[in-house]
Design a protein around this ligand. Sequence first.
Ligand SMILES: C[S@@+](CC[C@H](N)C(=O)[O-])C[C@H]1O[C@@H](n2cnc3c(N)ncnc32)[C@H](O)[C@@H]1O
Length: 189
Amino acid sequence: MTEPKLTDFTQPTPQLVEWTRDLVPGSALDIGTGNGRNALFLAREGWAVTANDTDQALLTELAKSFKSQNLTGNFIEGNISNLDLHESYDLVVCLMVLHFLDALQIIAAVDRLKAVTKPGGCCIISAFTDANPTGTRPYLFAHNGLRDAFATWNILHYEEHLGSWVLPPGKTDPIQYMTARVLAEKPAV
Ligand SMILES: C[S@@+](CC[C@H](N)C(=O)[O-])C[C@H]1O[C@@H](n2cnc3c(N)ncnc32)[C@H](O)[C@@H]1O
């Protein structure tokens, strides 16, 4: 068995890279963008990106990175639970964010992500699951829970995977998380 590698947060999420390869670039929303590794990747690939985070400092840095790479983007600070979203997007991304929310907030957040996806558009979402070997979170998806949240959509990819090592902020021991990931397509009307 190959030893998992420490996640490289300077690189886009490998599944996002793979799963967007066959999509035609349009508008994209990245919720909880963090350092924006995925927002930058999508913008370089021709997507018109709106990046969101609760952390304005991260967005300010990300806007600088966009500018230095001659990319344009929109940056909106706020919490997915009460974010003012008036547009819909061809691609909605929310990677490794939902496990910061509690159960009710997660249900509402997934509904919002689905609502702001255009018919025929896609959502790419990942979150830890309750097979997580370490620690607790306000809420964790059960086995197949993230897939079930998209039961009425076309599931193009779904996986639950004991992922790469992650070094939590302020810690020296890396840990591995069981992560669920979905690429789901909203039915066209
Ligand atoms: C683990 S990082 C993941 C960053 C990025 N999605 C990635 O995969 O590299 C989680 C990010 O979500 C943001 N975040 C946490 N709770 C949030 C919320 N309720 N709404 C929007 N962003 C949130 C955090 O500030 C952080 O930048």
